[in-house]
Design a binder for this molecule. Sequence first.
Ligand code: HEC
Length: 214
Amino acid sequence: MMHRFIGAVRSNLGATGGTVGVVVLGIVGSLLVGMPPPFTIALLLAVGIATWGIYRWRSRDLDGQPAALGKLASSGLIAVVGVLVVAQLVPYGRDHTNPPVTGEPAWATPETRDLMVRACFDCHSNEVTWPWYSNIAPFSWATVDHVNEGRDAVNYSEWDRPQDEGDETLEEVKKGSMPPRYYTLLGLHSDAKLTPEEMSTLLEGLSQTPGLSE
Ligand code: HEC
């Protein structure tokens, strides 16, 4: 079994190398945009296996394979489209709920809240604006994952119950680690990119809002 597998890989070095390359690029790219790693790996594995299978099937009569690279690339394309179509059937990621708001911090000023809404509420509140692409896998998986994890860490809409990491708010913003870099990548959510003045207004407001700093 193993022997046959190694033999197959050896006689298809081009195809195998190309497929592995695409998968590695995909992993790096999707981690950059904040895809949850298990989904990334499952998706790319599916694309990799499908590419290889389609390529093998389409090349079964070719021996010298002068068109091998082109055939590999087009097989990859067919595999990507096929896997994306099948991915839409996965039920995870469709549940776009906004539970009731049961309490908020006693914001120091209305501007503090406005800035928090712009930069943070899409992941840390029950007033999430779900973008259109949150209906399309794999973006739907990433969006729901960010919102679930964000709400778990701190939910500014449920201030009636203890928020373990709420007191790290000021620190996170000061450090620049929130919002996460992928959130404003490629011009996405430009509203969440605060100017230096807005940033100092926010830091000032957060330091004067109870429960948001240590
Ligand atoms: C795109 C979604 C997203 C946005 C927007 C976002 N966060 Fe987060 N936040 C997360 C996720 C996911 C976590 C938990 C995992 C982690 O730490 O990366 C988190 C964690 C936190 C934590 C807990 C400490 C920690 O590092 O685990 C705090 C506090 C926080 N965020 C504050 C904020 C503030 C304040 C803003 C706005 C300036 C903001 N976040 C914007 C997704 C987001």
